[in-house]
Design a protein around this ligand. Sequence first.
Ligand SMILES: [Zn+2]
Length: 620
Amino acid sequence: MEDSGRIRTAVFCGLVVTLFVLLLGQLFNLQVLDKRYHAAAEENVVKKRRTEPVRGEIYDRNGEKIAFNVVVYDLEILYVAAEKNLDTRGLAKILEIPTEEVNTRYENYLSGIENGTISKVRKYPLIRALDTTMSFRMRERLLDFPGLSLQASSRREYARHAPAHLLGYMGEINKNELNLYKEMGYRMGDYIGQGGIEAEFENSLRGKNGEAYVIEDVYGAERGKFEEGINDIKAVPGNDIYLTIDLSLQQYTRDLMREKKGSVVALNPQTGEILAIVSTPDYSLSEIMGKSRGAYFETLKESPGDPFLDRSLMGEYQPGSTFKTISALIALTNQTWSKTKSYTCKYYYPLSDNTVLKCSHSHAPAQNVGEALMHSCNPYFWEVFKKCVYGLRTESYAQALDDWGNACRRFGLGSKLLNLGLAESTGNVPWASYYDGLYGQKRWAPTAMISLGIGQGELSVTPLQMAFSYSIIANRGKDVFYPSLIRRVGKSREKRIKYNNTYKVSLSDYSAVIDGLRRAVQKGGTAEGSNIPSISFGGKTGTVEKSNQPSHSLFVGMAPLNAPEIVVAVVVENGGAGGETAAPMASLIAEKYLTGEISASRKELEYELQHKNTLVWDEE
Ligand SMILES: [Zn+2]
């Protein structure tokens, strides 16, 4: 004890001495520097300038650029050198932008000067991101505008179909953000990540500011470095980020989603890595970062379908029949159903004396779970759900329904899955207490919510959850990883997070269900025509009916079935039956990923789907 105390005292003393020496050095440095600084100031002016770091870029899993920097020029204004009434109209004419836009920027600048958030003696970017042509044109006219100067800068540019919702964009820091970020060296006029990866990894992407001592003339024009820059501190560039996304698959998927509302999430079930994530309608990041940002935002705000909503993470959909796989696995695991059990569908299901539910179509009787999935027989799965929840009953129906709900939750439903700060919905797996509130305690039986058994009623999931629950099935419950989007930040590799799968389903039950997925894309299945030549592909359709509108088309598929490398969840709002739109799209995405191309026999299907328009704008 005494020893460690002595060591601590020694360390402390050492620290004090070191600090003192450092301080002395700094004092000397400042005084000497200060003298030279003033000497130079007599002729011109030496200014300490903040130098900005190069922002880190965002790449896909193969090192393809998704969000990168291009050189642009900012037109900067220095209050003390500028005329008091800036000729905004003349400026707008030279730069070919609306006068109102220049006026707004100028007025905001002046009010920033007035309230002290913008410095009078520091240059401020009045007009941003001029391209080379514009900057040349402006340079020739600078003499007409004292106090204005051009500064090389950079702005984000994007690969075609870069995932807008996922990336977020860059915008000027606002007053509230400035309060939070001031200490980190941000100031008014700075760009900062707005939403998505850009905001989530702001600190890492931004890098560290540097300092440069430059000589300026009375007009604020740079006349060279002070003492050849020996006192300068270099800015530290930001970290590049590598996503799990496969850019070419992302672009292919986005092309398929043209003129459609909905979402696609494709992931590798063996790693949890998300390969493609598309939500439509979306928006163009290049336009948001362009000259007419304001006008573009206005258009977006008024456009239908909420382009800012990330349907992949925030869209809450009834899973419909895509849920029947999970429903089956729960009943098989608690042994209230067996995989070889047949059930003859009479196309209707007598729920009570005056309620009869119907099967959506006529089909051959299902001899086992696989065939029931192939035909997506509703009565079969109503029966499965009923037997399952009744079978779970020990104390009450409420207890049984909660047990069933908890089993659903072990497939990742009802909770957030990404380990990121991105907005993500939990979806909904209802608790029994919800029905207690609706009908009164012990005043209901599970038949009242039997539609849960076919993925309807109060059940809702996000497309990401759909993909994840199927990745558990794809892996037969083993070695499952949470979905991830980031591979690497700078030099540090992101750790994948293993999913603690506590739900033990037998391998033969998984096989029975996966056999149903295989059958669904074969002749007579609900996704007939969506098989991929030479690859074993399978999945489950979902058709969620909407009043007065075409149904939502859903499908979750995987390939190759013996050891899947890709799981694809597709939701196309108003896309009709699951087998009509979502299933063939998922099969194309899987084929593209696994083989790099679409087989000749499927080119026509590909063209059709790329040009299919399922948009319905009037809200329900
Ligand atoms: Zn049926």
